[in-house]
Design a protein around this ligand. Structure first.
Ligand code: NAD
Length: 450
């Protein structure tokens, strides 16, 4: 019997780790935020307003309370009860309006957070840039391809800072993943997969409609700007994601997070080259325009990406990078790097069809060709899990990055170009799905062919 060398032990270790056991756990330490732990003078504070204080707008306001050196001085929404919700979140009776132009006219406001339904992003971002405000705009950046390029023009023309709201890009977990990817520890990565699967009415956007919703409490006509006119319809107002007049379905809502994370980690600064989609509307047949299952295969210059959103099974939101030397998996605020066992091994499979004399000869030669390494050549290759501390908020980190950029005038990582590339990925997925074709991105004409 051969003794268990460190190298053989390593082989066993890597194999067993690949089967699921993580060897080492590291708690990541968030970087200190600007202004943390000290009183920021009023003159150093960034004053902002929130336009759109629905579900996401209120989440963003809540997270903004964790970011030092900023102050929300006004809120805006088309639905009156959302003024109240925003003020409750801020624990302050800041001025509230239905008309975002009143906010843009104020000279004491540096920046706006835009968290309105997607079809309204372009108009508000373009107007905000023209009014000299920096903009945090929720994901997906654009409702249409044209919207994205119009927003880029507006940001450049106004010399503004813009950040798009896929908060993973500011997460310490994604930062670590980006570091591991860049280090080459994964080897060459040719395939990346991600999914976002849910199984509940809320996950399928069947949100409840509040009892006071009416044309008196909601400025329905303002909501319809940029969309076809139609009589008041509360379902369309509260469940806008289901309708192509206002949203982009699963691709715009959820692929965009997966794509933003993948682009950030892999350092991708282009839109996908091609997309092919499959799927269907199987279960949530409530008059919506979009499928409840979509799978898209993307071609990028150096790798392929497979994404899936399924509203019919709660599978969570994993992203996996499959490299020639290891696999990296991110689930929520935890990332695990699992090395693959690529140490040389003698062939045992195909030689089964060889006579014993040839097998023996091969085994002897293999041993000669692969001497065991010396004691100092052993290298531990272990799985490692990295996780964010409890209570860590990548939403607050993302806002901190935005407000720091507002101060320093240095572009954010998830700027208008980045946001547009991820959004183009969403538009390609929908184009391929609805037209039953392969959608090809033409970066010269900024158009989809197919
Ligand atoms: N980053 C994330 O994880 C995340 C999560 C949820 C939503 N979002 C994004 O945030 C945005 C808002 O989503 P939501 O879930 O909060 O929707 P929501 O329907 O809950 O809220 C949107 C609000 O925007 C308001 N609005 C629409 N047009 C307006 C206008 N012209 N002026 C002022 N207010 C206007 C509506 O009145 C509504 O209250 C969307 O772009 C969505 O994709 C991002």
């Amino acid at each position: 019997m051969r003794s268990l060398t460190r190298r053989n032990f390593m082989r066993l270790g890597a194999g067993s780790v690949a089967a699921g056991a993580a060897a080492k756990m590291t708690l990541l330490k968030p970087a200190a935020l600007w202004g943390e732990g000290r009183e920021v003078a009023a003159s150093d504070r960034v004053r902002f307003a929130a336009i759109g204080t629905g579900t996401r707008g209120c989440q963003l306001l809540e997270a903004s309370l964790l970011v030092p050196g900023i102050e929300c001085v006004a809120v805006c929404d088309l639905y009156d009860s959302r003024h109240e919700a925003a003020q409750e979140t801020l624990m302050s009776k800041v001025p509230a309006t239905r008309n975002y132009r009143e906010i843009l006219d104020r000279k004491d406001i540096d920046a706006v957070i835009v968290a309105v339904a997607d079809h309204q992003h372009r108009r508000i971002v373009v107007d905000a840039c023209a009014a000299g405000k920096d903009v945090y705009c929720e994901k997906p950046m654009s409702h249409t391809l044209e919207d994205g390029f119009a927003m880029i023009d507006a940001v450049r023309k106004g010399n503004r800072i813009m950040q798009v709201g896929s908060q993973r890009v500011s997460s310490i977990v994604y930062e670590k993943a980006r570091e591991i990817y860049a280090s080459g520890a994964l080897g060459e990565v040719f395939f990346i997969e991600g999914s976002s699967d849910r199984n509940s009415p809320s996950g399928a956007w069947v949100y409840p409609i509040p009892s006071d919703a009416s044309e008196q409490t909601i400025d329905w006509n303002a909501f319809l700007e940029g969309a076809p006119k139609r009589p008041f319809d509360a379902a369309r107002f509260f469940r806008w994601r289901c309708f192509s007049d206002y949203g982009e379905g699963l691709a715009g809502d959820l692929f965009v997070h997966l794509l933003s994370g993948i682009h950030f980690i892999s350092g991708t600064d282009v839109a996908p080259m091609r997309a092919q989609s499959s799927g269907g509307l199987f279960r949530w047949k409530d008059g919506r325009d979009f499928p409840d299952l979509i799978e898209t295969f993307y071609d990028y210059p150096k790798f392929r990406v497979a994404l899936r959103c399924n509203l019919n099974n709660a599978g969570g939101e994993p992203i996996r990078f499959h490299g020639t030397k290891g696999t990296m998996e991110i689930i929520g605020q935890t990332m695990t790097f699992i090395p693959q066992d690529i140490s040389p091994k003698p062939e045992t499979y195909s030689v089964l069809g060889w006579p014993a004399r040839l097998r023996k000869e091969y085994a002897a030669q293999w041993k000669l060709d692969h001497p065991l390494p010396g004691p100092l050549e052993y290298q531990a290759v272990e799985a490692e899990t990295f996780t964010a501390p409890e209570g860590y908020s990548d939403v607050a980190a993302h806002q901190a990055n935005f407000f720091n950029a507002v101060r320093t005038r240095k572009p954010t990582v998830e700027n208008e170009e980045f946001g547009n590339h991820a959004a183009i990925g969403c538009h390609l997925a929908n184009y391929a799905y609805f037209k039953k074709t392969i959608a090809t991105w033409d970066p010269v004409k900024n158009a989809i062919r197919g």
